[in-house]
Design a protein around this ligand. Structure first.
Ligand SMILES: [Zn+2]
Length: 510
């Protein structure tokens, strides 16, 4: 088996000008200059240059329709042509047109239409107003294009595929412009983020390499907890969080970063959470897919979130590593593995929401709804209405389903989904597009919700920075039973592993 050979094939050389429509797309375009039909001279200013040979880049082919219109083809996931959603590419060498009027020279920007013609999905948030992201040399912050410039429709020219067309005005000749499906979040960015956290020498933050991907990128595992919780023989309540098993689902990384940033902060809530809980976080389960600019699969074309039943140490090494660790922890009598949350992004739904499991045991099923109900109270963008519980065959092999079947009744497993596009606040109908900051805020609210779940609020002596507690849906029908007795009865207190006050006690109303 020669994986590196595979790698070269999938990142093959630049696409030449003579590709025809039905050629398979072998790699990303590399500084590909579009020359007009019949033109044989040197490239000139205004011959657009497309590039996707950079980390997390994706653009497989460009075909010129006219000087002002281009058909763009997403490069399928490596070794799996079924998935074509994520795109991320640059355009440069634009030319400003000039029009001479009666008395003055008007500068006119170059308006071009791009058609993304080979999406593998038909249902899309583009129907609901989503727009691609853009940034440029002189405007380095990512913005969404105005929705009025975006069209999503069934196109007779492309085998009745759904095509997303967007019009864009290039306004500076020397700028490079970058377009993407959603806010990119690369493996390198993630590594720098972790390096910076490590430099802070926090005694409650630990980073280790749990394994390596097929292309030998790091599988990072973070542990965030007070050092006393890690001493030999201490009982541990563990919250296990994973992200980016689907590499194109970049909002997963922003949410995960929001959780981490909050948990390592000096916020009084974070301090209490660190004292009582052990957070184990593997924020990037598919580093190769992230690096390569895939949407759903690993280097070898596997959807890792369908291989939890039997991950192979050589074909799915990161998944294998995480699963081994979870099973080891589950079998450790000193560890109570309380939550598993896998963070994803959703391409057709609004808001944040969760998927949970269905259990025969009604009482266990009800208890499972507590965390999402509490999160709904804390996060204005999280919808309990959209949260659902299922055991669809199509979801077998996911982390949530597999671990929900493996772990005992004291553990809860969820998929946390967040929209690629927007959220709707209760009482309104207008969609608020997510920003990087809004994704991170959802992460902070997820972390903060553990305080409510474990009823640790009385231990927060003074919350100096109040968290916003906006509501957008009718408050979910959940209220904690009032606390009785001393704080030693609070679930999470040492020596209280299976406290009668714990939600997991069947005597609670849920
Ligand atoms: Zn996903």
């Amino acid at each position: 088996m020669n994986l590196y050979f595979t790698f070269f094939i999938v990142r093959g050389p630049s696409v030449s000008n003579d590709t025809v429509n039905d050629d398979p797309i072998g790699g990303n375009v590399s500084k590909y200059i579009v020359l007009p039909n019949g033109y044989s001279g040197q490239p000139k200013k205004g011959h657009l240059t497309f590039d996707a040979c950079f980390e997390s880049g994706n653009l497989g082919r460009v075909e010129q329709v006219s000087e002002f219109e281009y058909d763009l083809f997403i490069r399928p996931d490596t070794c799996n042509p079924r998935f074509r959603v994520w795109f991320n590419f640059t355009v440069e060498n634009v030319k400003e047109s000039q029009v001479r009027g009666m008395v003055a020279i008007y500068r006119v920007t170059l308006r071009v239409i791009f058609n993304i013609v080979n999406f593998s999905k038909t249902k899309s948030l583009y129907r609901d107003g989503m727009a691609p992201m853009v940034k440029s040399t002189s405007r380095p912050k990512w913005q969404r294009l105005p929705p009025k410039n975006v069209y999503y429709y069934r196109c007779p020219d492309h085998r009745k595929n759904y095509v997303m067309s967007f019009a864009f005005c290039f306004d500076r000749e020397d700028d490079m412009y970058q377009f993407a499906y959603c806010y990119p979040y690369t493996y390198t960015r993630f590594q720098h983020y972790l390096d910076n956290l490590q430099k802070r020498n926090m005694d409650y933050f630990f980073r280790e390499q749990l394994g390596q991907s097929v292309q030998q990128r790091q599988l990072d595992l973070l542990t965030i907890t007070s050092p006393e919780n890690l001493r030999e023989g201490a009982d541990k309540k563990v919250i296990f969080i994973t992200g980016r098993v689907h590499p194109g689902e970049t909002p997963s990384s922003f949410v995960c970063q929001g959780i981490i940033d909050f948990l390592v902060s000096q916020h009084p809530v974070a301090r209490v959470l660190r004292e009582h809980l052990v957070f184990k976080i593997a924020p990037m389960l598919n580093p190769d897919g992230v690096y390569l600019g895939n949407y759903r699969c690993s280097l070898m074309g596997f959807d890792l979130n369908r291989h939890w039943l039997d991950p192979s140490p050589w074909a799915h090494p990161t998944l294998h590593g995480v699963k081994q660790l979870i099973i080891k922890m589950y079998n450790d009598p000193k560890i109570s593995l309380e939550f598993y949350i896998d963070i994803h992004a959703h391409s057709t739904m609004m808001n944040g929401f969760m998927y949970g499991n269905i259990f025969e045991d009604e009482e266990r099923f009800q208890r499972q709804s507590i965390f999402p109900k509490l999160l709904c109270q804390n996060a204005e963008d999280f919808s309990y209405t959209s949260t659902s519980f299922n055991r669809d065959a199509v979801k077998a092999g996911t982390g949530r389903r597999f671990l929900g079947g493996l772990l005992d009744h004291t553990s809860y497993c969820y998929t946390l989904e967040v929209s690629f596009y927007s959220y709707i606040i209760g009482g309104t109908t207008s969609a608020v597009p997510y920003t990087e900051e809004a994704y991170m805020k959802l992460g902070r609210n997820v972390a903060r919700t553990f305080l409510d779940y474990y009823r640790l609020n009385p231990l927060v002596e003074k919350i100096t920075v109040p968290m916003p507690r906006l509501r957008k849906e009718n408050p979910p029908p959940y209220k904690h039973p009032s606390l009785r007795g001393s704080t030693s009865n609070v679930p999470g207190s040492r020596g209280d592993k299976k406290s009668s006050m714990n939600h997991k006690d069947p005597s609670t109303p849920f």
